[in-house]
Design a protein around this ligand. Sequence first.
Ligand SMILES: [Fe+2]
Ligand SMILES: [Fe+2]
Length: 393
Amino acid sequence: MSDNLCEMSLQQTLSLLQLTDQALHDICCKRFTRDFLYQEIFGKVLGGKGRRGPASFFLIFQEESGVLQPGRAFHMKDGALVERSDEISLDPFSGYAVNLLEAQAQEEVVLVNWADSYESIGDFQAYFHPAVKNFIGAPIINFIICRISGAATGAIVAFNYPGRATTYDAEVLKSMAVVIGSLQTMSDEVQETEKAFRYTIEALARACEAAEEDTGKHIQRVNRYAGALAANMGLPNDFVETISFSAQMHDVGKIKIPATILLKPGPLDDAEAELMRKHPIYGQQILGDSPRLQLARDIAIAHHENWDGSGYPYQLKGDNIPLAGRIVKVADVYDALRSNRSYKNSLSHQAALSVFRHGDERINPAKHFDPVLLGVFFKIEHIFDKIYESFNV
Ligand SMILES: [Fe+2]
Ligand SMILES: [Fe+2]
């Protein structure tokens, strides 16, 4: 290997190390998906000025049954990664596909330059599946196949390195395949864990609503209203996404309140009201100290605080009330107005709007809600109605 190639190889492998480090750092974050992985690894390791890489490549994975999944095809253009929107589908039992994943199984990497074994480039093309030739869109002059192992086995096939494909190219590709294999396994696990996390949150929120009549629809609607408010306030996507599943936990603390109090028709006596007013604190305690549940804790503790400091449990005022709590308060009050509760009948959207404008015996909009948020609510009130009605079928 020449010095120049050695140095490039080192640089590319170093990029791969940095990427692995970054991916591990991002592992708990939602953007660590397969797509993110491909974009990063292919784009950053093979792309960029002065980087040496194939003109095109595709990724192909095998199901446990041995059947090939549709492959993902990529081209490099001016050093940047371009993914073709359509996927390459190879007949899973075609000779070519079998070649890719089985006949080559003995070797981890296979490197072929046309001039080494064929009379002409034209003859060499006959080796390839029509779908592959069609995708490459130019005569294939060389290729490297590298197996990917890990939870999902498959292969990366890289086509048309400039000049000849070299052992250096094969080494870089092999490092990529190893990284892709292991990060992909982790990525799949992270996605599974995230799903389990969300399911557990939902189950917890639902359990707390079980005593009330609404069988969990209230919490789903509150999620949606809160997400709509946050999005229309121009808050970052991450916040919007998190509040859209954290809002449902606003009343988790009610699990500690006896059903006789929760479902009591008519007003609560002083002792009952005092206990009821503790549900935000109970909620905060139940949610513990996980950083993932920070927003949920803010919501649980603050969704009954009032803008003028007259709420509970801590009489927080104005900006001192966590934003997520202020948002969920608007969402929760709207939904409570629209719903049948043991102590009241449901209101129409227009009647609920009127309460948000002029107040009633319990609600004083100017004193209770963040004025900016109230403005956003009036701007998107039709969305609130739509959300409520969509659950009412
Ligand atoms: Fe509450
Ligand atoms: Fe609620």
